[in-house]
Design a protein around this ligand. Sequence first.
Ligand code: HEM
Length: 488
Amino acid sequence: MDIDVSKLFNTCLLFVATIVVAKLISAFIVPKSRKRLPPIIKGLPIVGGLPRFLKGPIFMLREEYPKLGGVFTLKIFHKNITFLIGPEVSAHFFKAPESELSQQEVYQFNVPTFGPGVVFDVDYSVRQEQFRFFTEALRVNKLKSYVDQMVTEAQDYFSKWGESGEVDLKYELEHLIILTASRCLLGREVRDKLFADVSALFHDLDNGMQPISVLFPYLPIPAHRRRDQARKKLADIFASIIASRKSTGKSEDDMLQCFIDSKYKDGRPTTEAEVTGLLIAALFAGQHTSSITSTWTGAYLLSNSKYLSAVVDEQKNLMGKHGDRVDHDVLAEMDVLYRCIKEALRLHPPLIMLLRSSHTDFSVTTREGKEYDIPKGHIVATSPAFANRLPHIFKDPDTYDPDRFAVGREEDKIAGAFSYISFGGGRHGCLGEPFAYLQIKAIWSHLLRNFELELVSPFPEIDWNAMVVGVKGKVMVRYKRRELSVNQ
Ligand code: HEM
């Protein structure tokens, strides 16, 4: 009996102890975890950080990161935008499934431009299939035929330059890239016959994407009205091209053909409206981004004699090996030029802010070991423009140093997969990256082989106000024809 009493006593003690411990856990740990919200950027009542954000998100990040570290929240009205800066905390941003961090809500503003039934207007399962169409249209065998068209376009375009002269390189490269994109993506019919009409319509689509459109994409303003009319006209043009290709049984080597031939898993072919929408999306993803990057590459090469000689020497070596031939495989050997482009893109990623919407709570740990819980409902953001210049990843981050990517240094890899994020990464990494590099290399290898170039305007500034952040003002370049020879 005595033993039973002591057993009972011990059991009661254990029970009480368990409750006390549970209470302690709930009193300290659970509320503590609720308290682990990221620090908040100081702002005004009601509007919060809106004025600072509008003044320039990168300037705001430059001020706040040293004070708050890699994770912090900006309040704008009732919205919370939590920034995850640096590979230690941004991994979840890039790797999380759509059910946890989604693009659909934050990129909704693209819907009136791309049109109904595609990309951010459809469920994730359909969008995934549409991105499969992109992947297939950008496979190596397709890229090989696009490269031949890129090279021809560059030759034709620069053949119109004189023996010597001065040009705005930014304007020239924008135009060449529209022509090339038109040929490889939109197809021969547009490039050969309808170029003027279609590029004017794309111009209206472009102008219909204003900063205000991000918040109010359907606001009845003239720019939006012109955008909507342009999209309808483009849909008509592509419907008739598609119908003519189908009726004549003609097949071409372009993205348009790939999208026409694409089928969903259930066997359903793409509609004409979907093909049009996907082409518009491709042009929006790839045109400004590539032309801006080609311009920055030029500005840096023409301001850095060390790297200019290195890329010229590489061209000479390749000419010694392959003669004048420039195709996919020759472009693939242009490693020095590749690193020079990649470095221009590190310093100037055209997409400065990437966004997601959080559907579940998640936690991140900063490189200093601080843990933060990011609640469901926050908009989550990361910034290639800021993260690409973090000094703990990139040595002398503001210096143009393409060798940082060479074997032995590889600064883009040593801090993990998400150190260099000009093309995003993970689940939604850019599908057009190889296309973009090929296109920019094709242009620059032609320029280096055929011209002596000199930058005559000051080194360009950044145009932070553009939706796709690029180069401010003109980039004046003096050129003189020369034929590079292997023994020069
Ligand atoms: C220098 C040129 C380019 C840059 C800097 C660039 C940058 C990016 C970035 C940062 C993303 C990720 C967006 C996010 O995570 O929210 C992305 C996605 C994408 N890009 Fe590019 N891009 C370039 C060229 C192209 C080209 C030429 C194409 C197609 C022809 C293209 C097609 C796409 C597509 C389809 C996606 C969406 C992938 C997905 O969500 O799964 N891009 N790009």
